[in-house]
Design a protein around this ligand. Structure first.
Ligand SMILES: *Cc1c(COP(=O)(O)O)cnc(C)c1O
Length: 391
């Protein structure tokens, strides 16, 4: 049996490795508090579940769905974009449904990269971008995103030959893993860069509805010229606690959306119609659903940020996402810190290097865990005297 080089090039998925470490710890009798994976612990809201139950009883939902998504789902996406971002989308050709945005992101690289083509990607960043660039035979050009730039890409650092060659540039705000949000200036600058060098701008907006303290994340499509050069990937997973349902959408430039849709027509057969009906209900009720949820998440965020700050960290509270991106204690490496933390306290966090070499020196905490557990984690850190500064 031959396994292709394409598959051999793929490093183990970071969360598979972390799951293994977790199992090992549990086998040793350690009581693990998992602050690793960003998978919401809260259930999908009842209105959404009820909509699914009702739809699934209608035999008309049981056949193959349209590849690009049902018209009613695409219309709901367009209506939501209008209401939420004041962006106009034509549901006929500027919206395509995705089996979760990870699926769409993965297929985007096959759609927009020929072998040898360059994709400009953030480091640290969501690992799916780099791996799928490699699967498509593309060449990732990693741009360090640094704390001093608010974890935004310094476009000036991208060499001229890369600008000329690149076909795609991926950004993700609100950001996983850093919890950073983008300034308006940066988003406009990215759009202008794409227009100038004819590089497709890909925006991953998975966390737009997970936000705090009145901060309202923007769509890239709100910026001047974006429709000419940008595609945006969105997901119901994080906003509505629907990770297991597999529903998302790509929207934006018509040519890009249609090209992505063409791959999908030949690879998958769309999302179960009943799930799309439930997705419509989710989008129609986003204000009440996301508002309640964010109030709960903000309390969790405060427990961790205040807890770490009491122990010598000096963190600002993230304005969005589930993530707290914190420096490891002085003098330690990310991986060593996370392993020793797990062994000594049973707390599982993700080493920053899981998101790229420039994640060195950081670790990521996810707040997808109930408040009691977060309090317990902070208590354990105090008991074990885990502090940011030595001595
Ligand atoms: C979770 C996540 C996604 C993918 O979510 P889906 O469940 O596939 O829709 C995409 N991008 C980022 C940055 C994520 O964290």
């Amino acid at each position: 049996m031959k396994i292709t080089d394409r598959i051999k090039r793929i490093p183990p998925y970071i969360f598979a490795t972390i799951d293994e470490k977790k199992s090992e710890a549990i086998a040793k009798g350690i009581d693990v508090i998992d602050l690793g994976i960003g998978d919401p612990d809260l259930p999908t809201p009842k209105v959404i579940v009820d909509a699914l139950v009702k739809s699934v009883q209608n035999p008309a939902t049981h056949d193959y769905p349209p590849y690009q998504g049902t018209l009613s789902f695409r219309e709901a996406v367009a209506a939501w974009y209008k209401d939420r971002f004041n962006v106009d989308l034509n549901p006929n050709d500027e919206v395509v449904s995705l089996i979760g945005s990870k699926e769409g992101i993965a297929h985007a690289f096959l759609t927009f990269l020929d072998p040898g083509d360059v994709a400009i990607l953030p480091d640290p960043g969501y690992p799916v971008y780099k791996v799928n660039t490699l699967i498509a035979g593309g060449v990732p050009f990693m741009v360090p995103v640094k704390e001093e730039n608010g974890f935004q890409m310094d476009l000036n650092s991208i060499p001229e030959d890369i600008r000329q060659k690149a076909n795609m540039l991926f950004i993700n705000y609100p950001n996983n893993p850093t919890g950073a949000v983008a300034t308006d200036e940066h988003l406009q600058e990215v759009v202008d860069f794409g227009l100038k060098y004819n590089i497709l701008i890909c925006m991953d907006l998975a966390y737009s509805e997970v936000n705090y303290d009145g901060y309202v994340p923007k769509s890239i499509l709100e910026f001047k010229g974006a429709k000419d050069i940008a595609i945006e990937f969105h997901s119901l997973s994080k906003s509505f606690n629907m990770t297991g349902w597999r529903i998302g959408m790509a929207v934006g430039n018509k040519e890009a959306v249609q090209a992505l849709g063409k791959i999908k027509t030949n690879v998958d057969s769309g999302i179960f119609k009943a799930i799309q009906e439930a997705g419509i209900v989710a989008l129609q009720n986003y204000k009440s659903i996301c508002g309640d949820q964010n109030d709960r998440l903000a309390k969790r965020r405060d427990i961790i940020v205040n807890g770490l700050n009491d122990l010598g960290w000096n963190l600002e509270s993230p304005k969005a996402t589930y993530y707290i991106w914190a420096p490891v204690p002085e003098g330690m490496k990310s991986q060593d810190f996370t392993i020793s933390l797990l062994e000594s306290t049973g707390i599982l966090v993700v080493p920053g290097t899981g998101y790229g070499p420039c994640g060195e020196g950081y670790f990521r905490i996810s707040i997808t865990t109930p408040e009691e557990k977060l309090h317990a984690a902070v208590k354990r850190l105090k008991e074990h005297n885990i502090t940011y500064k030595k001595g």
